[in-house]
Design a protein around this ligand. Structure first.
Ligand code: ZN
Length: 325
């Protein structure tokens, strides 16, 4: 797909379920490199030709799913097995369109809007969006940030029901209740951002959260002038403090959104698009924001390929396939 992709172009490219399957196969596997989800052998598997234009399911309905048979373990599979799309009732075509929509909408898209636009129930739309957010999460094995790293926190509106003592912690510096603190870390060299929910903004909490993602002895840490950062700064190679860290960073580091701060965009994306995001689900919304931010310089085609490269093993209830793999 060399040409610039857009939602209407994608919709035209996959007019039906078969073409949607084919596109997903192409983007996940490439040319004849199907991966058997049962034994992990790659390529040369047998495509099982559907008879009479489709295949009957147990209920007798005709399905358009494209079925493969492994040349090694002889088991059957589709491109959906083991991915966020596994055992879905939503058409693959709809999944791809929703995924593209979420990925390219500047501030995200609400489940209600997805339900309306793609004729899904609100429940199905909500679940689909969260599955896609699972795929947007960064690789759990991604290394630590180092070099020059900016650490800064903000407060996102939400129901703090999962906090141990919400009355005590769930308020910002101005006493606003029902807020959840979010820490964002930005690698200044490559522009990568990592955002996460933290229970409070105390020194020890911030330190643990920063050390989980930053190689401090190899890092020039930039923070605001808050006292909580002072001792964390001692562990870093060097520590610089400025006022309004993120907005300073965004001004000279990012080509888009010159006029607005990093956190303003984060708030607009989460608070503005989704009402009453609970603390429980906030990490997935942050993953969505970070994914969009971290891939902002990619073309939509490359972004989609990146996302489809992460759909495997990210099911909400996923358990790794045991055995030979
Ligand atoms: Zn196999």
């Amino acid at each position: 797909m060399a040409e610039r992709l857009s939602l209407p172009k994608l919709a035209a490219k996959i007019p039906d379920e078969v073409s949607a399957y084919r596109l997903l196969e192409e983007m996940r596997w490439g040319e004849d490199r199907q991966v058997c989800p049962h034994c992990a052998s790659i390529g040369g598997h047998y495509f099982l030709k559907p008879k009479n234009g489709g295949r009957k399911t147990r209920t007798g309905a005709i399905t358009q799913r494209r079925l493969w048979k492994c040349r090694e373990c002889r088991k059957q599979f589709t491109v959906l097995v083991g991915t966020i799309f596994h055992r879905t009732k939503i058409p693959v075509r709809t999944w791809l369109l929703v995924l593209f929509d979420m990925m390219s909408a500047k501030n995200g898209i609400s489940a209600r809007e997805v339900a309306r636009k793609y004729e899904l129930s609100e429940e199905a739309a909500w679940f689909a969006c969260h599955r896609i957010r699972e795929a947007m999460k960064r690789d759990p094995l991604a290394g630590l940030l180092s070099g020059t790293v900016i650490a800064d926190e903000t407060w996102i509106g939400g129901k703090p029901r999962n906090l141990k003592n919400p009355k005590r912690f769930a308020q910002d510096h101005y006493g606003n209740k029902n807020k959840t603190p979010v820490l964002s870390l930005v690698d200044r060299e490559n522009g990568e951002v990592r955002s996460k929910v933290i229970p409070n903004v105390r020194r020890n909490t911030l330190r643990a959260a920063i050390e989980a993602d930053v190689d401090l002895p190899a890092t020039n840490l930039h923070t605001d002038t808050a006292m909580a950062y002072t001792q964390i700064g001692w562990r870093a190679a060097s520590h610089e403090t400025v006022n309004h860290t993120m907005s300073e960073y965004v001004r000279d580091g990012v080509t888009t959104n010159h006029a607005e701060g990093f956190f303003a965009q984060l708030k607009r994306s989460i608070d503005g698009t989704h009402h009453a995001v609970s603390t429980e689900h906030l990490p997935r919304y942050l993953a969505e924001f970070d994914f969009r931010y971290n891939t902002r310089k990619l073309s939509d085609t490359d972004r989609m390929a990146r996302l489809l490269g992460q759909v495997h093993g990210r099911r909400l209830t996923y358990r790794p396939l045991t055995g030979r793999a």
